[in-house]
Ligand binder design. Structure first.
Ligand SMILES: *Cc1c(COP(=O)(O)O)cnc(C)c1O
Length: 404
């Protein structure tokens, strides 16, 4: 935790290299020197010196060895690094998946009788959690239009406890006016939570824009290599104790091996995101010139709803975006995707390998309607040569044209 430290003037790339490497996690007590990164500490039982020691440590303690479920320096180092990446944060908890982090954060702030405001362009499993878990437990979720600030104001009631944001939205990439929403919430004592997986704290440090709780599917860019499932919740100092307590009560934790892989991924987040950004922009701009493409939904392109807000608030764009085809049907879209040589077909994203996915946002809306000129494809632009990816998509668009 960095809360209470003097002002930190280091740039975010310097923090990525240095964060979470506390001396007590990388060296041996009483010995000079140390290793670079906290190693894998695997443990369930922790051995105590005597009963007095056992009593002194207790069980409700943070960042002290007490029992495997409370973590070891491997997970603490990663959590500490994520906290350092979010100026204004009090601490971070880790979860076995991004969805577990989302449900863990919501359970930490909501009680029966509360009302939750949820952005309509939210990641579909978040909506499912609200409908299939929160609603039966007496927590009402109301969905709002990501592009309509006045709608939030209208939907607020005395029992509104939290506003959940995801910006840009899943599949359709609408950018929300985050500072305006958090200002409105703060005036009324309402907690704001954001799914910040797309931008990561590198391109959007959410807490410094007024958000209380920032959630990441670390599975995506933090891990970056498509081989670990993990989530994180970073909260203000005021909310962190209840986030941590809820995670402990639910027994949430991550394996030390996974935490070690995620911490390794985190070190190269800066260079990976720079490349994802530049390749994705090349490809998005090329797609925008194509007659087979009706629209490219990429926050850095002017067509994207909320583009001006993105330009104002974000310091970069990542490698995930969608495009809408001009006419054509399911079979024409499948012809485009099925023949791609350099794009895999699969869920998740944020890894080094490119992916193409057919997406149908209309199925996941309730407060707004999704209308488009044709079927849609979401691309995860990986670290391959952009020219190879463009040639591959060019051939894909030719297959689409032949079927459309
Ligand atoms: C993938 C994803 C999640 C969930 O992460 P998992 O680790 O797959 O559970 C949450 N939010 C967004 C925006 C995602 O894309």
């Amino acid at each position: 935790m960095t809360g209470g430290k003097e002002r930190d003037d280091r740039g975010p790339l310097t923090k990525l290299a240095q964060a979470g490497r506390r001396r007590e996690w990388t060296g041996m007590p009483g010995q000079p020197g140390g290793i670079v990164s906290p190693p894998v500490w695997r443990a369930s039982t922790i051995l105590y010196d005597n009963v007095a020691h056992l009593r002194a440590v207790g069980t409700n303690i943070h960042e002290r060895l007490s029992y495997g479920r409370k973590g070891t320096p491997t997970a603490w180092g990663l959590a500490d690094a994520l906290t350092e990446m979010e100026p204004g944060a009090g601490g971070t908890m880790l979860y076995p998946s991004g969805v577990a982090a989302i449900s863990g954060a919501l359970m930490a702030v909501l009680r029966p009788g509360d009302r939750l405001l949820m952005v309509d362009s939210v990641y579909d499993p978040t909506r499912n959690f609200c409908e299939q878990v929160l609603r039966p437990y007496g927590i009402d979720t109301i969905y709002y239009d990501p592009c309509d600030l006045a709608a939030i104001d209208r939907l607020l009631h005395d029992n509104s406890r939290a506003i959940f944001l995801e910006s840009p939205g899943s599949l359709t990439f609408e950018v929300q006016d985050i500072p305006a929403i958090t200002a409105l919430a703060r005036d009324r004592g309402i907690v704001t939570l954001i799914d910040n997986t797309w931008a990561t704290p590198l391109f959007f440090p959410a807490l410094s824009h007024g958000v209380d709780i920032s959630i990441l599917a670390c599975t995506k860019y933090i891990v970056g290599h498509s081989d670990v499932m993990m989530g994180s919740v970073t909260a203000t100092a005021g909310l962190f104790p209840q986030v941590r307590q809820t995670a402990w009560l639910f027994g949430q934790m991550t394996s030390p091996d996974d935490a070690w892989l995620a911490a390794r991924g985190l070190r190269t987040l800066g260079v990976r995101l720079a490349q994802h950004q530049s390749s994705a922009l090349d490809i998005a701009r090329w797609l925008a010139t194509r007659p087979e493409v009706a629209r490219v939904l990429h926050p850095a392109l002017p067509d994207c709803p909320g583009h001006d807000l993105w330009a104002r608030d974000f310091s970069g764009s990542s490698g995930l975006f969608s495009f809408v085809l001009n006419g054509g049907d399911e079979a024409a879209r499948a012809a485009l995707i099925d023949g791609l040589a350099h794009f895999g077909i699969g869920y998740s994203w944020g890894g080094f390998e490119s992916l193409a996915l057919p997406v149908d946002p209309a199925r996941h809306r309730s407060a707004t309607r999704w209308q488009a000129e044709g079927p849609m494809v979401r691309l995860n632009i990986g670290l391959e040569d952009p020219a190879d990816l463009i040639a591959d998509l060019d051939a894909g668009l030719a297959r689409f044209r032949a079927r459309a």
